[in-house]
Ligand binder design. Structure first.
Ligand code: SF4
Ligand code: SF4
Length: 289
């Protein structure tokens, strides 16, 4: 499977202590994304301009001419063969490759290292991304084997795929952390490229039988959805889900956008204070993950 990162001792991706497996691939392109390195299934070369001294060593040693440094450092993924020579030649360690192939056994071996903590804290494994179901065939196998190990499984999901894919995965998933970012399909399409009808249809079908296993998550983005939060809460409540979590905008992904040479839409936007969302807090609505 194509894995971006595995994070142990995660405490915001479901109950208890968890290991979160960040999988590569996503069909959305949210401009506030905290993990833009996961969008492609292929690995991506990340360049930290705060460490780079423009010595040109990476450019010189790349046999594919995939790196070019003129006005700025650039990488051509079409030419890159992922040989990693540039990373080895960069003395200030300004380069890193995100994304690696792991077998299901390798992923589970990593996840099961903390099984004692899961039992103590009622934690488990969370699949995240990207969108976990982007690699749906491999994900079913991972889910099946993880269930065989009696793991509690949570899945953070965009809801953007076919119903068949979700239905097949759902029997192995104990908790869905289901993103509902907006209720206006034109705005959703314009900002993220996603088909909102597809997402809401999947959400509503899942909620018919698994409502109490769904937490609706809303990344709160100023200027995008901060004026319709009550509508999303009302919608989620009507479908009798377990809870809504409002996740205040943060800029922790900004550095990654820079490292990927991608323009970041929210360059000058301050992190949102949780207190500004406290008017929505209730037994049903939690502020933060
Ligand atoms: S080798 Fe490293 S420090 Fe030198 S130009 Fe390349 S990325 Fe920058
Ligand atoms: S990984 Fe290899 S091919 Fe790709 S940019 Fe670096 S040196 Fe060039």
């Amino acid at each position: 499977m194509k894995v971006s990162n595995i994070e142990r001792f995660a405490t915001h991706d479901g109950p208890g202590i968890r290991t979160t497996v960040f999988l590569k691939g996503c069909s959305l392109h949210c401009p506030w994304c905290a993990n833009p390195e996961t969008w492609t299934v292929q690995p991506v070369l990340m360049h930290d301009e705060t460490k780079c001294v423009l010595c040109h060593q990476c450019e010189k040693h790349c046999s594919q001419q995939a790196i070019s440094i003129q006005d700025q450092w650039t990488w051509d993924k079409e030419k890159c063969t992922y040989c990693q020579t540039c990373i080895d030649t960069c003395i200030p360690q300004a380069l890193s490759m995100n994304g690696k192939d792991m077998t299901i056994d390798e992923i589970l071996e990593e996840v099961l290292k903390d099984q004692d903590y899961y039992e103590e804290s009622h934690g488990g494994m969370t699949l995240s991304g990207g969108e976990p179901l982007y690699q749906w065939e491999e994900v079913y196998e991972l889910l099946k084997q993880a269930k065989g190990e009696q793991l509690h499984i949570a899945m953070e999901t965009t809801g953007h795929y076919s119903w068949d894919q979700l239905e097949k995965a759902s029997s192995y998933v104990d908790l869905f952390l289901f993103d509902i970012k907006h209720l206006d399909k034109n705005k959703m399409k314009a900002y993220t490229g996603a088909n909102l009808d597809r997402i809401l249809s999947n959400f509503e079908r899942l909620a018919q039988t698994r409502a109490k296993d769904i937490i609706v998550r809303v990344p709160v983005i100023p200027g995008f959805n901060d004026d319709i939060l009550q509508d999303i809460i009302t919608y989620a409540k009507a479908h009798q889900v377990q809870a809504v979590h409002l996740l205040p905008y943060h800029s922790m992904g900004k550095k990654k956008w820079h490292q990927l040479n991608k323009p970041y839409k929210y360059e000058n936007l301050d992190m949102m204070d949780e207190a500004t969302l406290s008017i929505y807090a209730s037994d049903f609505v939690q502020i933060g993950g």
